[in-house]
Design a protein around this ligand. Structure first.
Ligand code: HEM
Length: 402
């Protein structure tokens, strides 16, 4: 049945394509329009809804009865012809399926388990930091954030992650969550040579014994995870946990390098790198947009939304919402309350790896800060255009050892 919408209560329209390369490279003018125009807008180029304000973003992510994830967290409905694909076995499931699977994965990466990874992460971070200190001029993305995450996270996951292959696969999957544009086509081409490697790398036999990946396979073999879930769950962790964390560490490095006052704060107390990371992902969310689908005609922000329609939650806009944050464009690691941002999502699909990301960020940023007298930008940073991910491409930095 075609839903009936009273146009007087329908949301306003915004005629900007959020997946245009210039918008992806600098989404802030788009975020500002989204925030100004209203609590919900209809994105004209795709006929979908979008929210940017903190309150409505939180509401959509917290209400699976009205806003389901089973239509996929990308732009198109994965249940429909043309874009049909199997759902992501964690993120694109509703209760009760989601509840059981999430419980098993959370058990494998429980807070106690993640805390136990600290010493090894610190060791790996020290080695990566020593390497860039020897270079003095380095790329904060490739030589620090990527070098550390690809090593430390790959080890705990138990999956061999050659840098080029993993980044190509991950970029393709973030692009596939968007429209069929040139970015998506190019990334599919770049990832094509690695697809066989990727399929092999998440098989049971390829996992490092005792690792997170091996435990997911054990859980499936013991019947705690549905048949065929372990490989998919390993893929989710590779994709969800690699580029997002690299992006967040890159954002924190960028802000610390460009603002001597913020650098002085972490120098005075290196534990404050934790605040710097939280503020960095509030200020610039790695996750660009996460979609849900309306399950019926629903009211949101005073507007009536049609049933069975996609709605994108733009987390980067929510982090700049002046209703939630004072002077939202300013990076300030002393901001209180830190940690109320939505960069890790919220509700039942909230990021399952947030403790891991936080520990990784803390270890690598602290290793650098505690060994360096100063950190400065050594040229303008460059951004990478990816449909569903905001990340730096290059971050030229100059460091002075202590
Ligand atoms: C700075 C780093 C990270 C950011 C910004 C981030 C962001 C997010 C966001 C926004 C969501 C919610 C998506 C939605 O509701 O549609 C999410 C979910 C998820 N993240 Fe992360 N993430 C990060 C790191 C990680 C890491 C290291 C892992 C690896 C374990 C991970 C695994 C997951 C999984 C499995 C989910 C789905 C949870 C569920 O559906 O129950 N993430 N993440």
């Amino acid at each position: 049945m075609t839903p009936t919408i009273d146009t007087a209560t329908a949301p306003p329209e915004l005629d900007i394509d959020p997946y245009d390369t210039p918008v992806l490279l600098d989404p802030h003018p788009f975020y500002r329009r989204l925030l100004e125009l209203g609590p919900v807008v209809r994105l004209k180029p795709y006929g979908v809804y979008a929210v940017g304000r903190h309150q409505e973003a939180q509401q959509v992510l917290s209400d699976p009865e009205c806003f389901t994830a089973s239509g996929g967290v990308g732009l198109f409905d994965i249940r429909k012809p043309g874009e049909h694909r199997p759902p992501n076995p964690i993120l694109e499931k509703d209760p009760p399926d989601h509840t059981g699977i999430r419980k098993v994965v959370v058990g494998i990466v429980s807070p106690a388990v993640v805390r136990g990874w600290r010493a090894q992460f610190e060791q790996e971070a020290a080695e990566v930091a020593d390497d860039v200190l020897e270079r003095r001029d380095f790329d904060g993305v490739e030589q620090l954030a990527e070098a550390f995450v690809m090593r430390a996270f790959a080890r705990v996951l138990g999956v061999e992650m050659p840098r080029q292959a993993t980044l190509a696969i991950s970029e393709m999957s973030f692009n596939r969550a968007g429209p069929f544009n040139a970015l998506r086509a190019a990334s599919e081409q770049r990832a094509a040579p690695y697809m066989d490697w990727y399929a092999d790398s998440v098989r049971r036999g390829a996992m490092r014994p005792g690792s997170v990946g091996a435990q997911l396979h054990d859980a499936e073999a013991e019947g705690r995870l549905p048949p065929g879930t372990a490989e998919g769950a390993c893929r989710v962790l590779v994709r969800a946990g690699t580029d997002t964390t690299i992006a967040g560490i890159g954002f924190a490095l960028h802000q610390l390098a460009r603002d001597p006052a913020q650098w002085a704060l972490v120098k005075a107390d290196p534990n404050r790198v934790r605040d710097a990371f939280e503020e960095a992902i509030r200020h610039e969310s790695p996750s660009y947009t996460n979609f849900r689908t309306t399950t019926r005609e629903v009211m949101l922000g005073g507007h009536v939304l049609a049933a069975d329609t996609k709605i994108g939650v733009f987390l980067g806009a929510a982090g700049r919402d002046p209703r939630a944050w004072e002077e939202p464009d300013r990076f300030d690691l002393q901001r209180r309350p830190a940690g109320n941002h939505l960069a890790f999502g919220t509700g039942m699909h909230s990021c399952l790896g947030q403790m891991i990301a936080r520990l990784e960020a803390e270890c690598i940023l602290k290793a650098l800060v505690s060994r360096s007298a100063s950190l400065q930008l050594d040229g303008p940073p460059a951004w990478r255009a990816i449909n569903q991910l905001r990340t730096l491409d290059r971050l030229p930095l100059r460091v002075t050892p202590e």
